[in-house]
Design a protein around this ligand. Sequence first.
Ligand code: SF4
Length: 448
Amino acid sequence: MSEIRMKRGWNVPLSGAPAETVVDAARPVTVSVRPNEFRLVKPRLLVKEGDRVSAGQPLFQDRERAEVQFPSPGGGEVAEVRFGPRRVCEEIVIRLDAQETWAEHRPHSPADARALNRAQVVEMMLDSGLWTSLRRRPFSTIPDPTATPAGIFVAGSDNSPLAASPALAMQGRDEDFQLGVDLLAKLTEGRVHVCLLKGKSVPALVNAQNCEKHTFSGPYPAGLIEAQIHYVLPHKKGREVWYLDCQDVADLGEFARTGRYPVNRVVAVGGEGATSPQHYRTRRGVSCAHLDPKASPAANRFVSGSVLSGTQVRCDSGLGHYDAKFSVIPEGDDADFVGWMLPGEDRVSRFRTFASTLTRPQAPRMTANLNGSVRAHIATGIYEDVCAVDILPAYLMRALHVGDIEEAESLGLEDCAECGLCTFVCPSKIDFQGIIVRGIESVLKEDE
Ligand code: SF4
């Protein structure tokens, strides 16, 4: 087991952390999938409103790679297909039947599953839709089934603001996790790497065999898998690595055993706007409105994933395919009277501009309010101070801003962990993350 300490980063202190308890959520009425969250995927719909679907049945496929299919997180009726601007399919909503049906596949005994060869494991993952749990570095796209990664990383840690607990999610899943690791090991020419956070034991992961374990310490993003990969197998031309969440590894083992697409998920709901911040045992594609119906949609912003790098969604939209938490943050539209004069003893700031530097509140307030408009960029060095990977965010942003993709790549665009810290600390309110994402999309389009 290797131990790696990350020195740079920042633990953004926020109120509303989810309690370390798991409660069983009521069965949702609807679940949904958002096709536009998959980078580089051009969805071809396989269903329309009113169709009946089984859990695990493909809802859409990638136009460029028809074998990459996206399964339904539930059985029932396609209640709504939501389209956005230019007819982009934004969400497919399934109204669940009282008695759901399942797309059945062949179950395997653990010994039979372990005897499968690489091609059979790939075929099983493509048939089940679990191939979509994998993402590749750089750029977090779904990998090509014909490629062979230099390693596969399993995310078993989270120290982003309002972090979810992998230990709670993995309770009682030791055997499925081990089977999932054994199957993943057949896909790579290297090792399966399991990444943990120091002091946050996840027994199912700690006890796993046939893998290499790494323990990380330090401020956020030390618990972020994209940053962890940078420290173990940094980006090199022609080398790709794949990664996925520990719940998805256990799902792979469960699918191999049962032949049914696993739909259960442990999901955290946190944030100052959440009325009951805790973990819920629920299912894929559930909405925040279902888990926390009292959180006001008018007063709060709902984010699928971390507040720093997640996606803003409607309160009735489904949880992202790769996310294990909802963050609920007050919009903060109400202006403070003479706010510029207030000491800000409960404000979050990386700079020492508020009285909170002295009062050090345990759970400071944060709203979605930018507290000012975008202004000229100031070279303060604060981005380099929080960036955990070996890049200079200010120079990278400048190259991307003028569309110089070649220069951006030479400055380490491929190494960016998309942690969102540079946007959060920016005193000029510049959306670094948005600029980086648009740059990545340009590179991907060029490569097509
Ligand atoms: S450039 Fe910004 S988003 Fe990328 S790793 Fe550094 S701080 Fe995070």
